[in-house]
Design a protein around this ligand. Structure first.
Ligand SMILES: *Cc1c(COP(=O)(O)O)cnc(C)c1O
Length: 385
């Protein structure tokens, strides 16, 4: 009998999330309200007291970060080609120009050594991504930001619980956007949060996240609420709901345990996959990896097949995988807009050509890791030169 399908991802949900959702439903207050405020407080505690605004996505957080920093037409934002489209789309949304810098060959993170050469008079923001949950060098990032007077916005979609020198990502004093999308380390279906240390910027993020309505306007339907409201500027509809926040509170309580399980599974992959014609994900010194992804790379020069043949063979064996990411400069929109071509960012392309993201989530058993590793070993043996 064939083994059951092992999906690439499955959020770690149980009756606790279901009960928390039911409580919100019974309360009849289902959009932003008291539960979202509790979630913001709990997330802030997790981030050593750094203040956060809960939103409906990480993308919303990145967009609002650029807005409140005043980034607009004529400005440049230095970022990575190795990311999800959202990171670069928001630069387009504010009318600024993305300046891509190639990645490090081992981590696929923005190569900070190359960044200073690409900073111009127009550069307003550095927008690094902590790919797979492996943080960029935060000391180097802070140094470049200070020396060149350029703000930092972290795309921390993969990096909740990631650490640099024992300090959590999101606590370094920069704007940082987290994602609580269904596949991320903390899942609320859709959801996100933006760390905004500065009180004035934070007030503006709150206003912009709810149409541009004056502060706490969400409370206008409560007993003590006022019917009147004032539009300060044309904002967006980016607020979190109490339904999402209720799940988020439970997930936050489970986070430490979920992260311990991710670390154990990653360590088991490391051990089981050693010796195969693959490159294991790098973990640099001083890094606490969040293990959002387990990005394996095939040593294609030792194989007679390409990456998709391996993905197909894994699928045929009942194992789901994914690929992270199709580099930004290979997408048609960005090619048309900026004239980017294959070959422009060779390290990103090489990483992409060889990458397969293996299943990695807290609900996996040790036996699931063994099954993936053994199946992969059999497949690669078939194709070895
Ligand atoms: C998931 C993801 C996002 C977007 O997160 P949403 O919450 O879905 O908006 C942004 N950047 C990266 C690197 C991501 O993986």
């Amino acid at each position: 009998m064939p083994e059951p399908f092992l999906p690439f991802n499955r959020p770690e949900l149980d009756e606790r999330e279901a009960e928390a959702l039911a409580e919100v439903v019974r309360s009849r207050w289902i959009t932003r309200g008291p539960v979202t405020e509790r979630f913001e407080a709990a997330l802030s505690r997790y981030l050593d007291g750094m203040p956060v605004v809960a939103l409906n996505s990480c993308t919303a957080g990145l967009h609002l970060a650029l807005k409140v920093l005043g980034v607009g037409p004529g400005d440049e934002v230095v970022t990575t080609p190795y990311t999800f489209a959202a990171t670069v789309n928001v630069i387009e949304h504010v009318g600024a120009r993305p300046v891509l810098v190639d990645v490090e060959a081992d981590t696929a993170n923005l190569d900070l050594n190359a960044v200073p050469h690409r900073i111009s008079r127009r550069t307003r923001v550095l927008l690094p991504v902590h790919f797979a949950g492996h943080p960029v060098d935060m000391d180097a990032l802070a140094e470049i930001s200070q020396r060149h007077g350029v703000a930092v916005v972290e795309d921390a979609a993969h990096a909740l619980a990631a650490e640099w020198d024992g300090r959590r990502i999101g606590t370094f004093g920069f704007l940082a956007a987290f994602s609580f999308y269904a596949t991320k380390n903390l899942a609320t279906g859709e959801g996100g949060a933006l760390v905004v240390p500065d009180p004035a910027l934070r007030a503006r993020v709150r206003t912009l996240s709810l149409h541009g309505l004056s502060q706490n306007a969400w409370a206008r339907y409560t007993e003590r609420g006022q019917w009147a409201y004032a539009i300060e500027e044309p904002g967006y509809k980016y607020n979190m709901t109490d339904l999402q926040a209720a799940m988020g509170l439970v997930q936050l309580e489970k986070l430490e345990g979920m992260q311990a399980r991710r670390r154990a599974l990653a360590a088991r992959y490391h051990q089981k996959l050693a010796g195969l014609p693959v490159v294991l994900p790098a973990v640099r010194p001083r890094v606490g990896h969040a293990w959002h992804l387990y990005p394996l790379r095939l040593r294609l020069e030792q194989l007679t097949c390409d990456r998709s043949a391996v993905i197909e063979a894994l699928r045929a064996a009942g194992i789901g995988t994914s690929v992270h990411f199709i580099p930004i400069h290979l997408h048609p929109y960005y090619q048309r807009r900026y004239g980017w071509r294959p070959g422009d960012f060779p390290r990103a392309e090489a990483y992409f050509a060889a990458e397969i993201s293996l299943p990695l989530y807290p609900g996996m058993a040790d036996a699931d890791v063994d099954r993936v590793a053994d199946t992969l070993a059999r497949i690669l043996e078939r194709y070895q030169r």
